[in-house]
Design a protein around this ligand. Structure first.
Ligand code: ADP
Length: 482
């Protein structure tokens, strides 16, 4: 049990106001996983003051990019040293098999810190030719400066990885931050902050305020001294945060939901597509914003694909995530379970056919089997709305035009996958899909060097890649009249 009872402000592990705490309960067995401090609005204010002071004065603003890069490399090394423990914290808190965090979350987070360490001393500007000023010549140049104090509001599904996407570029360019981890997964953020201290970052550069979204998250997104909010989570909460940010016109970056298509053309490698679709739908119990939940299959392949996919789904072992014997653990909590089951029951009531799946009875825990529907129509909620669980639909199509129309027939636009052996067809279809990331013959091919974010209601802005640097900086023009 991680019995910590603290927040992390100005380099210190400190108690919240009135020693308030928050319990984290495992959704897999109902046992307490640990306890952290629960920040009040007052605590959030203390953290923002610390971040503001660290941004304005002290050693941080005076540091060179090369020095910040060296600190980020050191942090990557420390995260690598603690990878097992950090991954276990996140896995146990939401009932995931720990192997998943070691396969994806931790390697990706470490690579992200290393990637942005490389950017820290490469923030170059540019000289722009101009027409002059009332007959006198001018010399103008554009530089990038840190946006300031960034509030980072993080979800529970892949917490450390998503936190690294926000934190690494912010530190590379010289911002400071206040992190609000999700109620379910506060431990890895607090431990990461201790590693930030151990790496040698100045106090106040990174602060962590665990607590309730409606209190700590809300205080952070409303705070007048926060320059930017970077949020990943549900569209409903994203809308609340965007409204709260208007008080001082904070910059807002939102990574929200998805209803991502996987398109299987008639020339697809069927075995690879079955495996890829299973990973795209069931990884992390389907609680992934880029989950490939709408599987569009060319009619000539539907019968074979459905049989093979149902077999792959049925072969996934579900149960105690700590046993080391299962591929899928529990959903993240009661609310998640009820949400997923409501969609599944709604799908059945609307006339869809459940090929395989359904709730998985255990004495305790919120387990759900990999669930696949066919005989669906586009107006069913299971086809049009984000479920955030291991539930997908098989949808036949007859032509590439129809596949694209149906793939784009959603309010979301985060990711898409194409399965085809024909390069021209792949590029032609990729161009037409309205999504931030298109993968061909592989699902959600993320990399720290590639921008990540959504079209349409999947969000605003991009993380990762050079876009992550741009998102943490403001452009400044300086003109000399000669
Ligand atoms: P979920 O409903 O699955 O918990 P959310 O999008 O609500 O997903 O949560 C993502 C993050 O947003 C969490 O850190 C949560 O505490 C935070 N959050 C929730 N409500 C608010 C709010 N009103 N203002 C700011 N942050 C919030």
């Amino acid at each position: 049990m991680w019995d910590w009872n603290t927040l992390f402000i100005e380099g210190q592990d400190i108690s919240a106001e009135n020693a308030a705490t928050l319990d984290v309960i495992s959704p897999a067995n109902g046992k307490i996983v640990g306890r952290v401090g629960a920040a009040s609005a007052q605590d959030v204010d203390r953290a923002v003051v610390a971040a503001r002071c660290a941004f304005e004065s002290g050693p941080w603003p005076a540091m060179s990019g090369a020095q910040r890069g060296a600190l980020l490399l050191k942090l990557a090394e420390l995260v690598e040293r603690e990878a097992q423990a950090l991954g276990d914290m996140d896995a146990h808190s939401i009932g995931r098999p720990a192997i998943e965090t070691q396969m994806l979350d931790l390697p990706n987070a470490i690579a992200t810190f290393r990637y942005y360490a490389g950017w820290a001393d490469k923030l170059e500007g540019r000289v722009v030719p101009t027409a002059g000023y009332f007959g006198r010549q001018t010399h103008s140049f554009v530089t990038r400066e840190p946006v300031g104090v960034i509030g980072m509001i993080v979800p529970w599904n892949t917490p450390l990885m998503i936190l690294a996407w926000k934190l690494a570029p912010a530190l590379a360019v010289g911002c400071t931050c206040v992190i609000k981890p999700a109620e379910q997964t506060p431990f890895s953020a607090l431990r990461l902050a201790q590693l930030v201290r151990e790496a040698g970052f100045p106090d106040g550069v990174v602060n962590v305020v665990p607590g309730l979204g409606g209190i700590a998250g809300s205080a952070l997104s409303e705070h007048p001294d926060v320059d930017k909010i970077s949020f990943t989570g549900s569209p409903e909460t994203g809308a609340v945060i965007m409204r709260a940010a208007t008080g001082n016109f904070k910059r807002v970056a939102l990574e929200l939901g998805g209803k991502s298509p996987q398109i299987l053309c008639e020339d697809a490698d069927l075995d690879a597509a079955v495996q890829g679709c299973a990973m795209g739908l069931f990884f992390n119990q389907g609680q992934v914003c880029a989950a490939g939940t709408r599987i569009l299959v060319h009619r000539s392949l539907v019968a074979r694909f459905t049989e093979a996919f149902a077999a792959a789904a049925g072969a996934v072992t579900v149960g105690d995530p700590t046993s080391g014997q299962v591929q899928m653990g529990s959903l993240a909590g009661k609310g998640q379970f009820e949400r997923v089951d409501r969609y599944v029951q709604g799908g059945l009531a609307a006339g869809a056919r459940m090929v395989t799946g359904g709730a998985f009875a255990q004495d305790q825990g919120y387990f759900y089997r990999p669930t696949v529907f066919d005989s669906v129509t586009d107006d069913m909620a299971i086809v049009s709305e984000e479920i955030f669980g291991p539930v997908g639909c098989i949808i036949p199509f007859d032509s590439d035009e129809e596949a694209i129309a149906r793939a784009n027939g959603t309010k979301y636009g985060l990711a898409a996958t194409l399965w085809t052996k024909d390069v021209s067809r792949a590029l032609g279809l990729a161009k037409q899909v309205r999504a931030g990331a298109v993968s061909v013959n592989g699902w959600a091919t993320i990399d720290p060097a590639l921008p990540w974010g959504g079209f349409k209601t999947s969000g605003i802005g991009r993380e990762l890649g050079i876009s992550g640097i741009e998102a943490c900086t403001e452009e400044k023009v300086t003109t000399l009249v000669l």
